[in-house]
Each structure stands twice: as C-alpha cells, then as structure tokens.
Write a new protein. Sequence first.
Lengths: 381, 381, 381, 381
Amino acid sequence: MAIPQFKQLRRAYGFDEVAIVPGEVTINPDQTNTELKVEDITFTIPIIASAMDAVTDVNFAILLSKLGGLAVLHLEGVQTRYQQPQEILLQIAQASDTEITPLLQKVYSQPIQENLVGERIEAIKKAGAVCAVSATPANTKRLSPIAVEAGADILVVASTVTTARHTSKSYRGLSFSELRKTLPMPIIVGNCVSYGACLELMRTGISAVLVGVGPGAACTTREVIGVGVPQITATIDCAAARDEYQRESGRYVPVITDGGFRKGGDLCKALAAGADAVMLGSILAQAKEAPGLGYHWGMAHPHPALPRGTRIKVGVSGSLEQILFGPASVTDGSQNLMGAVRTAMGVCGAFTIPEMHQAEMVVAPAITTEGKFWQLSRSPG
Amino acid sequence: MAIPQFKQLRRAYGFDEVAIVPGEVTINPDQTNTELKVEDITFTIPIIASAMDAVTDVNFAILLSKLGGLAVLHLEGVQTRYQQPQEILLQIAQASDTEITPLLQKVYSQPIQENLVGERIEAIKKAGAVCAVSATPANTKRLSPIAVEAGADILVVASTVTTARHTSKSYRGLSFSELRKTLPMPIIVGNCVSYGACLELMRTGISAVLVGVGPGAACTTREVIGVGVPQITATIDCAAARDEYQRESGRYVPVITDGGFRKGGDLCKALAAGADAVMLGSILAQAKEAPGLGYHWGMAHPHPALPRGTRIKVGVSGSLEQILFGPASVTDGSQNLMGAVRTAMGVCGAFTIPEMHQAEMVVAPAITTEGKFWQLSRSPG
Amino acid sequence: MAIPQFKQLRRAYGFDEVAIVPGEVTINPDQTNTELKVEDITFTIPIIASAMDAVTDVNFAILLSKLGGLAVLHLEGVQTRYQQPQEILLQIAQASDTEITPLLQKVYSQPIQENLVGERIEAIKKAGAVCAVSATPANTKRLSPIAVEAGADILVVASTVTTARHTSKSYRGLSFSELRKTLPMPIIVGNCVSYGACLELMRTGISAVLVGVGPGAACTTREVIGVGVPQITATIDCAAARDEYQRESGRYVPVITDGGFRKGGDLCKALAAGADAVMLGSILAQAKEAPGLGYHWGMAHPHPALPRGTRIKVGVSGSLEQILFGPASVTDGSQNLMGAVRTAMGVCGAFTIPEMHQAEMVVAPAITTEGKFWQLSRSPG
Amino acid sequence: MAIPQFKQLRRAYGFDEVAIVPGEVTINPDQTNTELKVEDITFTIPIIASAMDAVTDVNFAILLSKLGGLAVLHLEGVQTRYQQPQEILLQIAQASDTEITPLLQKVYSQPIQENLVGERIEAIKKAGAVCAVSATPANTKRLSPIAVEAGADILVVASTVTTARHTSKSYRGLSFSELRKTLPMPIIVGNCVSYGACLELMRTGISAVLVGVGPGAACTTREVIGVGVPQITATIDCAAARDEYQRESGRYVPVITDGGFRKGGDLCKALAAGADAVMLGSILAQAKEAPGLGYHWGMAHPHPALPRGTRIKVGVSGSLEQILFGPASVTDGSQNLMGAVRTAMGVCGAFTIPEMHQAEMVVAPAITTEGKFWQLSRSPG
C-alpha cells in the first residue's frame, strides 16, 4: 500500500495567541521614531483609518492627517452616494438589529454620484490634508480619473481578496502594472494574506499592501465563506514577501496590517510581526469625531446577495487625539495607542519600526480557565 | 531499560479550527462550476439532504431535486412507519424536553410498513425527481428490493460506523461487492472517517462514501461512546483514500462529508479539505419546507438501549431556495450557501470542486479571549 | 555562548481532548467480552467503584459484586469511624457550602474503630460478594491483618501518590514486596501516573495498579499542589509500563484508570488508551443505592491542614443497574455505561479489552466557539 | 524563488497550562527544606511580598520577616508620599470603578518625601525584621543612599522591564555593576523574562533576579503594550540562565518568579520550573494584615499617560499566618501555601528547592468543555 498523501495544514496565529518578548536592551519611549513612508509621503505615526463609513468622512480625514496619520475615504460609501450622508448615518444608528441588514442593503443600492466624489476630495485638500481615497477593483477604472482630477494624493484599491491575476466575465481584469504607470500617485492595494499573493502584487509596482482577510477570531468572512488567515501569521508572511521583494528589486514596499485590532497591544504585536503600519476601523470608530455616531459596520455588510458582518455599538470613548496620544483615563488599552507603541518599542530596544520587526515573539494563548481573574502590573515605568 | 513504547495520537481538526487561505489567482464567483457526479447522475449543486426525519420527506426530496441537489429519504423513519407521519412529527415538536427521549423511543418502535416504502418512492419519482433512499446495513437486504421495484435511483446504506467487514451473530454480514453486483443503481455507503476503512469500502465497488462519525465538537456520539473524528481531518483522510483508489483503479468515487455543518463557511472548508459534496441536516431542517416543524433530532436518538443525540429547536429561517441561493437577509452564514461556496471558490481561483481541493488551509482556532468582540469586513466584493 | 539548556515539557492529554477512531473491521456489540482478571478473581465488567464514602458502603459493595463489578470499601471513612454512618452522611448532605469543609474535617477526625472494620467486611462476605477494602500506606500495617481475619478478598493500598520507595520520619516505609509475601490476597496499589513509577510498583509483585493523580481538567489537587497528569496520557504511560513488565516477567498486571470520568465515552477512551478497567466515583455516586444521598466528596477533602476537593450535589440519576446496563432514558452518556463500552468496542472491531487497547485515537479537542451548538447523529445502529 | 524566511515563534506556557508529574520516589512533607538564600541572608520560606501598596507596609514587612519570608516596601508608593497613608488607602478602597484610575493618577502624583523613606525603614529595622526596599531605575540613585543610611538590608531595583543596558535622554543609565560596588547590601533586580537579558543582569554582579513581565493570561501589560511571557516559560528560561551563569562564575544567583500566582499549585509549579522563590501580590493582599483593606492594584496603574491594571476587590481571606501555614478551612488552594509547597515537594521526592527543579512537568491545559464539572481527590494523604 502506498503511503497516504494527506493534505497538510500550517498553524496560523492571531493577536490573542502571541506576545512580544522584551529585548536585552531597552530605550526610553521618547527616543523612538514611528515614521511610515509611502513612496515620497511621510507620516509621523503608522496609523491609517479604514475606508469605512463609520470611520472616515471629510472632517475625520483632515483631523487625522493633522495628527500625523492618514484616513482613507471610501469612494463607494455613503459620502459619495448622498449629498447629506448625516441623515443616512443617523438612520443606520437608529435602526433595530433586525432592520439593519435590509436597511444597509437599501442604503448602498443608491448610485455613486461622480460629482460628490470630486467634492469630497476637494474639501479634504482645501484643508491642507493628505487625501487618500479607496475604490474596489471593479470601479477603479471609472473612479480613479475623477480622484486624480480632484487632487487626491493616494489611491487605495481594495476588496476582500485582491490578487494580481483576476478572471472575470463582467469586467476586464484590472492590471495594477498598467494602473501604476498611468496614475500620478501612490497606489495601495489589498487585501492579501499570503507570501505568494503579496509578492506578486508588489511585483506589479504598487506602493503598499493591505494585509488581512477575515482577520481575528470570530470574523464573519470566516463564518460565511470559511476564508481567512489570522493577522499575526498573515503579517509575518507578507513581511517575508516584502523583504524578499526588497532583495530582488531594492524597493521597500510597506506592509499595512488591516483589521482585527482591539487594543494598543494588538498594534504593537502587528509591528513586531513585521507590519510597517496598521489600518484601524472599530477602534477609531469610537472617536467622538468619527461619523458613525457610536456605531460601526463593515463595507461588505450591504452586499445584496451575501451580506457579511454585523453593526456594532462601539460607543464613544474620547477624542481622536486622546485615543492616539492619551493621556489615557482607562486601563484597557483603548487609549493612547501611540504611547503603547512607543512603550513597546522601548522595552524591545527598537528605535524605529524596522528595528521593531526584529523583536522576539512567543505563542502565548490569552485564554485560560482563570482568564477572568485579575492580573496586575507590579511596578511603575 | 528498554525505551518505553507509548501509544501515539495524531492531531485531528474540526471546522472551527481551520480556515481557507485565498489563492494567488482569483476568479469571479459566477464562473465557478459546482457539479457533483454520482456515477451517471449529475447534480448541479453538491448539496445532499440527510436521511433524517426532520429534514427529508417526499415533498422536500422533490423540491431539492428540482433545485439541483439531492435529498435522501430514510426507509426506517416515520415516513415508512406511519401512514400519516405529520401527526407524529407534530407530537415530537410539541413534546417537552423530558418527554422527548422516551417518546422517540416509542415512535420508532413501530414496525416499518413495506407498502409505505414503495408508496413514498413512487411519489417522488412521479414528480420527476431523482429519488435516493436510505437503509441501515441490517435492513438493506429486506428493503432494497422494494426500493428497486418502486423505482428508486440511488441507495444509501449507512449506520454510525460502517465497514467493508462486519461480524454479527444476528444477521449475515452485508457484502457490498455482492450488493453492488445485484442492484441496478448507484450505492452510497457510510459512515467512515479513516483512510483505511474508506479505501476498503471503495474497493467493494460502491459509488460514493459518506464521511463523518461523531462530527463536530460536542457531538453526542463522542460523549456516549467516545468515538469520532473531527470532520476536516476525516475528510482529508478519506479524500486521500479516494485519490489513492483512483490511482489504483482509474475510478473516481466521490467523498461526501456528512454532518457537523453550521454555516456556509463550513461547507467551503469541507470542499477545500477534499469533499466532493456535503450532506446537511440541521441547516436544511431550518427550511420552511422541512418536515421537522422547526425541530431537529438524530436517527440514533430513538435507540432503545443507548439513545444518542438531542432534539433541538432550530427554528425556521427561510425557504429552501433562500437557504441555498439567497439573497441572504442575515449575515451569519446560514443563508445563500451556494453563494458562499462560489465566493470561496472565487477567492481560491477554483473553477471546479476538484480545483477547490487544492486550496491551501491553515489551522486557525476560532476561539480567543475576545472571541465575542466584533469583527467586520472592510470592503465590498 | 553555550546553547541554553531549557527544561522540556511533554504534552499530556485528558479525556476531553481525544477521541477514538473506528476500526477497519466492526463487530456486533453483543459479541464483545469485557472481562477483567485480578489474579484469580474474574469480573465480568471492568468497573470498580471508588473507595469513597459517597459511593461505597456494605450494601453497594454487595450489589455491584452481583452485577459483575467490584466496589472498594474505604477502611478509613465513615463506615469504620461510626457505628451509624447514616446520620453522619445525612449531616454532610444537609450542610451548607460554607459549613462543609470544617464539618468534614471534624467528621473524619473521629478515630477508626477496629471492630467496625471487621464487621463491615463480614457483612459483605456474608452476602456472598467479593470484598475489597482500602487503606492508606500509613495505616496498612495496622488495618490489613484485621481485613485478612475478617475475610476480605482484595486489599487496595492507595493515597494521592504512592511509590515503591517512600521516605518518612513518622512511620517506617511500607514495603510492597514484603506486604505481598505476607498477605494471602491480591493487592491493588495506587495512585501513580508515570511509566517509571508504575513499573517500579509492578516489580514489587503487586496485583494491579490504580492510575490517576489530579485527574481531569480543573482538579483540586492541581489547584492546590500543582500536581497531576491528565488521564489519557497517564493511562498510556502506565499501560506501556504494564506491557514492558509483562515482557520482562511474563506476568500481566492490570492497569485501572481511577477518576475523572464523567460519561460513558470517557470509559471507552480509557480502555482504548490501555486501561484494563476503570474506577468510578461521581458517576456511581448518582446511583440511588449509593450512600451519599445525591452528594459526593473526596477523601482528601477532610485533610486537617490542606483540604482538597469540593462537595458536589450529583443528584440521583437512576438505579445502579440502569447506570451500568441501561436501558438509558437520557442521551448524555451517563446511563448504560456497559452498552457504551460494548458499542465502542464493536465499532473498533475489538472482541476483548486487550484488543480494544489497539484502537487508534486522535487528539480532537472538545471545545470550539460553537461547542454549544447542536450535533446530531444521523443514523441508527 | 528563494525559500521564504518567516519569523519563528516559540511556544510559551503559563501556570494554567502545565502540571507537575509525581516522582518515582516520595518523601514526607515534613522532611522538606524550603530555604532561600540571598547572598548571606537566609529565609526559611521562599515567599516574598510584592513591593505594592496594597500588600506591604511597615507592619506587614515586620510580620512576614518574623514568619520566615520577606516583604519589600516600595519607596515610591503611598508610604513615602504621605505621612498618613491610611487615609489614602481608605479613599482608594472606597472609590467607585469609574473614579479609581483618575484617583490613583492623582494620589501618586504627590512628591516622595525623603524623610518618610528613612522613617519607614527605621521602623522596620527597629522591630528586628529584615528590611527590603524597592525603587525604579530612574529613582535608584536618589533613593538608595537614603535607604543605606536608614539601615535597609536589601535593595530591589525594578520596573516593568529592566535590562543591563538602557538608553535614556532624561537620566543617565543606571549601571548595576557600579551600583553593586558602591552599595553595601544585596541588590535584587527585575523584571526580566528571557535567557539573554537575565544572563546579562547576573553578569553585572547583582544578587537575585525578579522574573515576570505581563505574567498570566489576561494581563493588562499584554493588552496595553502586547508585551509579556507566560511565567512558566519565563521561569524556565531564567533558570537556564542562572545555571549557565553558575557554570561560568561559580556563583548561584536566585531566580524569583514575580506575579501571576493565584493559588498554592502555581507556587509549586514555579518552583518545579526552576524558581528559587516566588514574589506574591494579590494572594497576600488578601491577608487581614495587608494594608489594602481587601483591595489590590498595580503600581503601573497610576501611570499619568498610559495607566495599566485594574483595582480588584480581593477580599480578606484570613491572617497572613493562615495563608502561609494553614490550617486551611477552604479547598481552593488559597491557604496553607507552604503546606502545599511541602506536599508537592514530597510527592516529587524533593528534599530541597534545587531538587524540586528536577521534577518532571507536562503541558496539560486546564480548560476543557467540562472544566466546570467536579473533580474530586479520592484518597487522604
């Protein structure tokens, strides 16, 4: 009898299953540098707000740019479907749990108004902020020229899973190499989770990659279509692709871990796993300046035939500035995210984010019988 | 001292512990082909309804056949023990939790009426549907000739565990090779979970194999007799047996993962693990056309001496068509199962189910401390 | 720098983490033989009742012996400290949760009355039952002559951990080789959990070994002193010692897995892991004939300085006969234990318990996100 | 294509995931020796009270010293910021959950009064107790001369993570080699968790090392900054560093596992993993003599910008003597810690703590589906 050939499964890890090991050298947090560069644009903090309607509108994009980060405006959300999106956002916030999915399906069935695309971008640029906008692959050819003309600085092309090679009957496959040549701005593409797919994307010449499909533990995408890779493993794999691509091309393409974050520690773990930046949704939806009015929902939720995700009441935890820079008045890791990042870099002896990529990590599941028992830090500093 | 020889245990995985990794190429869901062939009979969707009384009756079998799948009528259930099974099904639905086990033991102690066996089959055939019927090994010799005469198309022979070699005092062991030679129809046999047992069954000449013993996590069979293999590992093992058998015989015997499914993602994972089709119980018991009136129970539950299983209130979630093809109005993965399958195949770049078998999978436990926290997809499409 | 030498930890498994894989051959349950032999004494079922006051008294020992198993009377429990233990058992059953530990400490501080030791044994023997009695190593020299004189058939010497070599200031170490030579009856010794300790015990000439220290998941011994090995691994290790000892001596010393069982499936798993029999406490305390009045507590609970364990309300689930042989009227695996054992043996194709030791097992954790969802067996038989 | 270089993650274990295996030889608990030596100072029990305001004040330090252990007074806590700390401790105990973090931030913003540093130390010494005091690296140069002058016996220098090499803009890095030469007393340094960092610290000439960063499962440090190593692995690694350092220098530097303990079993596991002593916070905060009035909080909680930890109501479980030596009137492992340690050493056949380091351990997760079910020890002793 031949030796049976069984399909092999690799173990993958999420945020909750790992921890960072302190280094043999430590530095003071105030000596760390947390810069992110996307081509020629430099951000002082490696934090990007998701292209989600509960997170990013014009005002939020302006504010986060001033604070050193970047927010991405989705060109296929309520901001470009409605002249007055506030009314729609209020309806969403006030809908009951049973009404919400049909309501979202209806809200997002309204057509995108191309004039609004231009207006939103111009409003962001007028305030002197960096303007990033997002489209799905199917709509990129239509929307990107409008974005260019209105003065957008960065284009994000993203769907649940995006690859360099896509076959479709309904639209001609988007070629990122061609897009890169014709567009006068950096292009961020996502989402991907594996070494091979990420390396292929980088080889098309794009500017940065979003990492994350079905991030986290109980993600709806995993429930609905079974697809997903936990974020730590996805980040490790895509970071390996980035390093390989740099070896072969000399070009450094940042990896942005997108989704599944719940607290400051998760950001630190993503950076230690190899991320150059993080893209945050629900954490930033809690800012008092976020458009979601204390609610959050995913952009795949309104899918007409196969909706995925849930609307969540996230509440309002403080100003965006407090969430990013503190001071924290709570101890659950939801405020002063950059203080957390700098502290973690300090205990790992990392002056820069690329040095943070060298930090040792362990697999250390966060669940135990007594997981609800108290645990206290014992010393200040 | 000799080196101690300890018994070795292999790690096995269930649906919740794995996830599918997107491919390096993607295709549009509408370009996928989801066909299943059992000998000369082709089904457009790889979905089979369990031979359980809460799922399949004559009407349900007709409906699912028209929708492209297959339902299996159990020849030892209420449909063949009672002229008017509706009354019995109503009693089961209305019994209290403490009454249910004795009631089921009583209900299923009534004799099988051979005339009803024929009548049920004829009713299905008269409607132009494909008719599959199920018997246990002990009753196969008695019931299969009646099924043949009444015009059934497919015979399913199944018990908790069925092997090619069985020893019994009370009835002469069933020989599948002999049965295959004498019966003029495809024979599906189950259930099995291991490479060796599956390969032996295939070598008897049968047409397809049901995979699953004590599927899932908290299965009653595992509690009561300790036996079971989680479905992903069972499917991987039996798929390896199928591939080996094809190498040695040239014949392709489909593997049907039977049981333990809770949502669309589980179906996708079974296919990625190597299944050619899935057999569903509780998910389909939620269809408004299912005979169980919103309840579901297992066919081992009525066992007179060692009952296993529980009656569950599954509720009614929509029509069978909506469960299979959507559009979904909920986001928990319980509707639009085929939309989920096609979407998963799309992100894996699989045009056919055999191509889906090549998808990469990871071990990615679905439990974490924060498993109840929200997770949102970020982009449409 | 030298390569660091880290302490290595081996992975150990409990009942909930494993499952039995069906065999390639199956047999009918009624063809199985479940005999256990302890030297010249044969039991038709491999089930032994714990030497615990909530489980075994004179009447229970007589009944279980008649049903084919064995119950062990503890010579240091309430039966030998009190002429009328019923009153004490009633007090224990009626005490509140805060009163129970001090009450048990007080109850068990009463002296053992040697005349009662003899009386209890004689009562069991008078009824024609096999009589097994239990003592701790410290009291064995004092109590065993009384047991011999009163006619006991089997002596169990057990403490939390018992080894062949023990150092003590307060009493001269018990030598099992000497004990074995002087006592005219089989000696069962425990508890142990490791290959080496078990092999050493067998080499002293004893008749059987009890396996289990801190069995199960949330065991008090593990909480209080951190010591314990999950039962599947402990059984596998001690079974390997038994096989090695048989190779070197020709003598077969049964291994009895003691403790941590919750349902029939656990018994089956212990036998598949290598046990020749199982010792049950809480499951049998639920019998209506058990002396505990629906409560159960451990014999280390009354320890004057370091009490371990909790008193649990187990309730009364049926007669001992029903628990052992059914028919079951519940589906949770707590009744018809022998039916479960025979069914499991059947699906593994095992005619005898030594054949059951050859069954394949997998690691298959019983916890998942959806662990509370329903799981149903799909076919009778 | 080059083989991808993925970041590797090592598996780490916490208290709940491991258990001690009994030895092949056992000894009576009363024959064990539990001594700890820090340079020339010998303690009869290996238990050190944390430098936390809810645990250690002058009276507690005196009492624990008399009982054979050691308590560490934090020189940067309420005892040195307030002449009458009782009032402050009462405010903390009476604050609501929403008030507590801002209150602690305010309480600890008061300046340290150097005269109080001297007074507290003198009070401890006057009672004839061993006096250990604690400072953070940033304040060590200022506070240590005062401690020396007042007669302190041991200096503890500790922060969340302390390394032999630290870079700071705001204060000149503390050199432990220099400190060791100038100070006439043993120096204990912490916290660290890895082989390399621990070995470097030992090479500076310090007297003992505290092990533990973000100990336990759901630790706030892990949530807030993602950093931490579970205590069993941290202890194993630092014990390996200790053994390596002894090989290269001939000097034995004790390893003290600090934090994450919840019950006696955890202490036993730390010792078996290689610890020479344990530092306890919340367990001792439950003593009726502890200053926290039934509450406990971490010393990183008051951090002005990035507070970590929670205030917990621990309650009052008994006197310190009862917690340490029993007799226990509860069975949850929170009392008679030394009885538990000695019993565990007994079943491992360890006469001394260095012998206990040789005990075998297994990975044996404490969680299972049935984790809440009862488990009972079956025999006394």
